[in-house]
Design a protein around this ligand. Structure first.
Ligand code: SAM
Length: 225
């Protein structure tokens, strides 16, 4: 994989500190929608875990045996380790999965695929680190089939320390299918009240927010065959 370790993903690290509140309701959707009703005895992976919030929330809702979070952002991993308390979590600053051969039952990523330069290699590495019939859930709204993306891409590029990619949903589906996964997808359909912030460059109108979280943000399920 071509990414390298960075201090922070965003040039303004305060924005990374604020991500928990924004992403918490989205992580809850991922956790509710996953097919596994229990993760008892399972090993789970959060790829691109940033400050580690997803695995802490997942453990509250569906306790697991062991959770591994990896991210290329060194400072975020430090915060993840400071906040993990006594939970069975390991967070590491790295961008590779070499040491996890056939170890993971369920892997997750939330809004990470668009930052991965070599998606083919990522799909293969995730395949290798999953056990037989293991599953990878990946949530993604930052893709070229999202009508807001052309603007977002420029804005994210201006504040990201990692190169931003421009993948279509078809390209992502083909890439994971070619790596040996059965590829499933559903619209995110965030079915709850959403805080409507003032008009901003990401969401110029209320209907942009509603359409994005219902229609354009996608939850992928890649099943190792
Ligand atoms: C948009 S943030 C999402 C963070 C987290 N998943 C969440 O839901 O809040 C993307 C994260 O992916 C990480 N990332 C990007 N490319 C990566 C790679 N190749 N390997 C590991 N982490 C990566 C970034 O450092 C950043 O923390």
């Amino acid at each position: 994989m071509t990414s390298k370790i960075v201090d922070t993903w965003l040039t303004n690290s305060q924005e990374e500190n604020a991500m928990f509140d924004d992403h918490y309701p989205l992580w809850k959707v991922m956790i509710e929608r996953m097919s596994e009703k229990s993760l008892k005895g399972k090993t789970v992976l959060d790829f691109g875990c940033n400050q580690g919030g997803f695995l802490r929330v997942l453990y509250q809702q569906k306790p697991f045996q062991k959770g591994i979070g990896i991210d290329v952002a060194r400072q975020a991993i430090q915060i993840a380790n400071e906040n993990k308390g006594s939970l069975p979590l390991t967070y590491e600053a790295r961008d590779n999965l070499e040491s996890f051969q056939s170890e993971i039952d369920v892997a997750f990523s939330h809004e990470v695929l668009y930052l991965i330069q070599d998606l083919k290699q990522h799909a293969q590495k995730i395949f290798d680190c999953l056990k037989a019939e293991g599953v990878y859930y990946a949530a993604l709204g930052c893709h070229s089939d999202n009508p807001l993306w052309a603007n977002w891409q420029k804005m994210i590029e201006a504040e990201s320390n990692i190169e931003v990619q421009n993948y279509s949903l078809n390209f992502i589906a083909d890439t994971f299918r070619n790596a040996g996964f059965a590829v499933f997808a559903q619209k995110f359909m965030l079915n709850d009240f959403m805080l409507m912030k003032e008009s901003n460059s990401y969401f110029p109108s209320v209907v942009d927010s509603l359409n994005y979280y219902w229609d354009y943000k996608i939850l992928w399920k890649f099943v190792k065959q």
